[in-house]
Write a protein that binds this ligand. Sequence first.
Ligand SMILES: C[S@@+](CC[C@H](N)C(=O)[O-])C[C@H]1O[C@@H](n2cnc3c(N)ncnc32)[C@H](O)[C@@H]1O
Length: 198
Amino acid sequence: MGFGQRIARKVLGGTRSGVAADDNPLTQISYDGHGLKTYGQSLDFLRDARFLSAYRRGMDSGHQIMRPKGSRADIGIRWRVQITCWAAHHASRLPGDFVECGVNTGMHSLAICEYVNFNDLDKTFWLFDTFEGIPADQISESEKQWGRSSENANFYPPCYETAVKNFAPFPRPASLKASCPTLCLRCSFPRLLTSRST
Ligand SMILES: C[S@@+](CC[C@H](N)C(=O)[O-])C[C@H]1O[C@@H](n2cnc3c(N)ncnc32)[C@H](O)[C@@H]1O
């Protein structure tokens, strides 16, 4: 019996309910990926064609995160992308624009654009990134010590052109090249920027 099952058995009171813990769906691992395990949770989203298509579009964006250059391997982040798509779906009914800080090739934001039919929304999606990795002067000494600098070479090669190409079918998103200090100022006033730019 795994740690999670022991916890679940404890929470559920073991066999006191009359149901053997191991037969109880709440003790069964339902999702296990990217550092997240769930027990007995609904995974209906994994059968949702709209979500799966959006997920694949993001995964096929040409990124190099946790896989080698040129690979189309699925890095297994469905739960995370589902959360962002769910949030974007609700946010699409609220006033205001969308912004992502740290876009890379658009693994999440492309999935969102497809999932919410972004072209049908009266919104701009502000896409911020250096598109060439974490600025060296923003990596702290302790981060350098545990190898953060190598992320740029391994995961974040220049990807601006790829991002522009990926978002071409969604004319409202604006791919901007900016690093964080500038970016934060702009992000405080996305509406102002939008009205200026149109
Ligand atoms: C983990 S990746 C983001 C992945 C992306 N959200 C996706 O769905 O594929 C982190 C990104 O943040 C960007 N980044 C990190 N620090 C930044 C900064 N100070 N300014 C702009 N972009 C930054 C990197 O270039 C990299 O593309």
